[in-house]
Design a protein around this ligand. Structure first.
Ligand code: MTE
Ligand code: HPA
Ligand code: MOS
Length: 749
């Protein structure tokens, strides 16, 4: 089943924010943002800008009618700088003009009087200064200090992972339109329509019932629009409120790259202890998260780092500590994996480090420590594990040690090209780690012509959630998918939504849709039973036809719907779903936070050109736990995209800030993402076979984020190839492993 959007995408007919027809009188906003990372802001001189051609209004912090605050978790994020500047790119003033060009021209005329201060960009320095976003968090299992005393082998070290630019194809943006009696309608490119609604209410002083947020689809979000779409929606809302006119702002790429946060860089320390059989006995890890200038989503990202700090392994004694460190960078935010990848990279490093010192393959340590059914994660939840099955089924199909041997054989006869292979088991928890967020609603209308409309809180951003939800409705009603239309995500139809995030949108909104459709179906079946003279229990609907005791009748869907309507039967339903059985208690740091886990095992092979430092990803082969996929085309697309994005993070994507906090990689000329030439030459996907039931919608497990983490193996595969060329060179565990770093690692003395 193809993604419902594929047709309009390839024809260029899909509607994004910038395609919305504009209302007569629309104005254009842009932002004047800080040129420095840390300063005292004395005065803002807007006079020249106000007199500039076409300018209708220039807005600073003091003009905001509501609160100058958009921090959702910690109130530490002013919409516009007021007295202090905390990062380069921090919005200071909004310029509203008759055209985009005139707005941007006027922005250049704003003058500020500042006293620059010393910026901090290193999270360890921030932690040493006591500059934390929230108090440190810790997970403890067993007793690691005691367990280390029993270990045959102990290794310790340090790792660094860098940030990652989301590079959604559609930049951030919003369009605010005044509504009757002071209300506002906001079109926003957001993963969280309710988050936008709340933030807009805060800065405008309006009530939630006065603000409507509408989202057709996003040209990608990847976590970057879970919270960080709010600022731009607030800017257009404030501008619209103060001018009484519609206001639009779609960021230019370089504005977006400069002003928005990215994946959190982490610096971490680890200590790992193993027994003689290579079982991991104890693991201590300390994470320093580079949060940037304000909290944004850093606290829950930090928590997920802890949740995934032992990846797919059972470790009986764990002490994991995490610091969210305030620095003078743009506030870092959600990015596919939500802190999980950063946590997993560290334990994979610890294992690789131990393996290198002990002279055994890392895969042996990985395999021996995979979590089994009934064993507990450090946060207390018992595993229903597919870690071992996915490893074994993958191995059966791909022959992991055969692939390793093939590389070793190649390396013995090749002097300047070296191959490296690495494995990556993945275990990712599905549910928002904040339990109350695991709820969703769906509004289903069956119209009297038999067509079906579904509205949910899910936002389509390329991941295919609308296709899956339409499949749910079609399946429950026994209709072809063409009968079902997904409406825009709109806060008037669906209230109090969680963002489309945590890979959980299809599960939560799909289940709510299933409940809504089933409720309507029950009523329709009662009418059908009357019409075909049967018990309601004998009725089924298949291919738009009513069946009685498995026998086709001449009552079709359309007539059934019309008859039901004439009998005044309710053909609409608004249903609510809340994931059962989940909980987490931060006072004990224990609970059962995840509805289920997604497992998988990947093997990645690379070839490094040891003269030039260049490399190619030869293959990624994985055995992935889909549960029972509802849509293999969509799900395989998610796996491929996730893998490429993960490899990009680990290899060529390099976010670079100057020591003074200025972003150097601020354009596509200085920030390299994987293109068609750098993607793996082959990606093979083997669906894990399992009959286990799970809490996913129709057993079709969430797929959005987990595959990104297979990309981590690319880092270790390159490392193995580099070691094959220059085994004596000390190598830091620092990602990304760009071709430049590879070249230097090959030849350092
Ligand atoms: N796929 C595409 N094409 N575009 C995206 O923006 N976001 C990812 C993932 N896959 C994304 C994507 C992220 S970060 C998440 S959390 C999930 O999709 C969210 O959607 P889901 O819950 O429907 O899987
Ligand atoms: N994942 C993604 N987004 C979130 C989460 C999570 O666990 N919690 C809050 N926002
Ligand atoms: Mo995804 S990082 O949970 O939006």
């Amino acid at each position: 089943m193809r993604n419902l959007d594929s047709h309009s995408h390839v024809r260029g007919e899909s509607i994004y924010l910038d395609d919305i027809p504009l209302i007569h009188g629309t104005l254009y906003a842009c932002v004047f943002d800080s040129p420095v990372a840390h300063a005292k802001l004395n005065t803002i001189d807007v006079r020249d800008a106000e007199e500039s051609e076409g300018v209708v209004r220039v807005i600073t912090a003091k003009n905001i009618i509501g609160e100058n605050q958009i921090g959702g978790i910690v109130p530490d994020e002013p919409l516009l700088a007021d007295g202090e500047i905390h990062f380069q790119g921090m919005p200071i003033a909004i310029i509203v003009a008759e055209s985009e060009t005139l707005a941007r021209k006027a922005a250049k005329k704003i003058k500020i009087d500042i006293e620059t201060l010393e910026p901090v960009t290193d999270p360890r320095i921030a932690a040493a200064n006591g500059d934390l976003i929230v108090p440190p968090k810790q997970f403890i299992l067993g007793n690691s200090p005691a367990a280390f005393k029993t270990c045959a082998h102990i290794f310790e070290g340090r790792t660094e992972t860098n940030g990652q630019e989301h590079l959604y194809i559609e930049t951030q943006g919003a369009y605010a339109i005044p509504a009757e009696n002071g209300g506002l309608k906001i079109y926003s490119s957001t993963q969280g329509p309710t988050a936008v609604q709340r933030a807009v209410c805060r800065v405008t002083g309006l009530a939630m019932n006065e603000v409507e947020v509408d989202v057709q689809r996003l040209g990608g979000g990847f976590g970057g629009k879970e919270d960080q779409a709010n600022a731009w929606a607030c800017i257009t809302a404030v501008a619209s409120q103060l001018t009484g006119r519609p206001v639009k702002y779609a960021l230019h790429r370089m504005e977006d790259m400069r002003m928005t946060g990215k994946r959190h860089p982490y610096s971490s320390d680890f200590r790992i202890g193993l027994d003689r059989d290579l079982k991991i006995v104890a693991y201590d890890v300390t994470f320093y998260q580079n949060a940037g200038a304000s909290a944004d989503l850093s606290p829950p990202v930090l928590e997920r780092t802890l949740f995934h700090c032992t990846n797919s392994y059972f470790v009986p004694n764990v002490t994991a500590t995490a610091y969210s460190c305030r620095t003078n960078l743009p506030p870092n935010t959600a990015f596919r994996g939500f802190g999980g990848p950063q946590g997993m990279f560290v334990i994979e490093t610890a294992i690789a480090h131990a393996a290198e010192k002990l002279g055994v393959p890392a895969s042996e340590i990985q395999r021996k420590n995979l979590i089994d059914d009934g064993q507990r994660f450090p946060y207390g939840q018992k595993a229903e594990s597919e870690a071992i099955t996915s490893w074994n089924q993958g191995n059966k199909k791909y022959d992991f040690s055969g692939l390793q041997k093939e590389a070793e054989l190649f390396n013995t006869s090749s002097r300047y090209f070296k191959k490296g292979v690495a494995m990556m088991p993945v275990c990712f928890g599905i549910s928002f780690t904040k339990t109350p967020m695991n709820q969703a609603r769906s509004l289903v209308h069956v119209y009297s012509d038999g067509s079906v409309a579904v509205s949910t809180g899910a936002v389509e951003m390329g991941q295919g959630v609308n296709t899956k939800i339409a499949q749910v409705a079609a399946k429950v009603f026994g209709l072809p998918i063409e009968k079902v239309r997904l409406q825009t995500t709109n806060t008037l139809r669906i209230a109090n939504t969680s963002p489309t995030a945590a890979s959980a949108a299809a599960d939560l909104n799909g289940k709510a849709t299933q409940l809504a459709c089933e409720a309507v179906l029950t009523r329709l079946k009662e009418v059908a039973a009357e019409l075909v003279e049967a018990e309601a229990g004998a009725i089924t609907l298949v291919d738009s036809v009513v069946f009685r005791d498995g026998e086709k009748t001449d009552l079709g869907w359309q007539r059934l719907v019309m008859e039901s309507h004439l009998r005044r039967v309710n053909l609409s339903e608004h249903a609510h779903y809340a994931t059962p059985g989940i909980n987490f208690d931060w006072s004990t740091a224990k609970g059962h936070p995840f509805a289920y886990h997604v497992y998988g095992t990947a093997v990645v092979g690379v070839t490094v050109d040891c003269l030039r430092g260049r490399y190619e990803i030869d293959y990624v082969k994985c055995c992935h736990d889909f549960g029972s996929s509802m849509n293999t085309a969509v799900d395989n697309g998610q796996i491929e995209g996730g893998i490429v994005q993960g490899i990009g993070w680990m290899t060529i994507e390099e976010v670079v800030y100057d020591p003074d906090g200025k972003l150097r990689s601020s354009a596509l000329s200085t920030y390299k993402v994987p293109d068609i030439y750098s993607v793996p030459k082959t990606i093979e996907i083997l669906p894990l076979e399992t009959d286990r039931e799970n809490l996913a919608v129709f057993n079709s497990k969430a797929v959005g984020e987990p595959p990104l983490m297979y990309g981590i193996a690319a880092y270790f595969a390159i490392r193995n190839a580099v070691r094959a060329f220059s085994p004596e060179n000390p190598l830091a565990f620092k990602a990304p492993f760009t071709p430049e770093t590879v070249l230097m690692s090959l030849y350092q003395s």
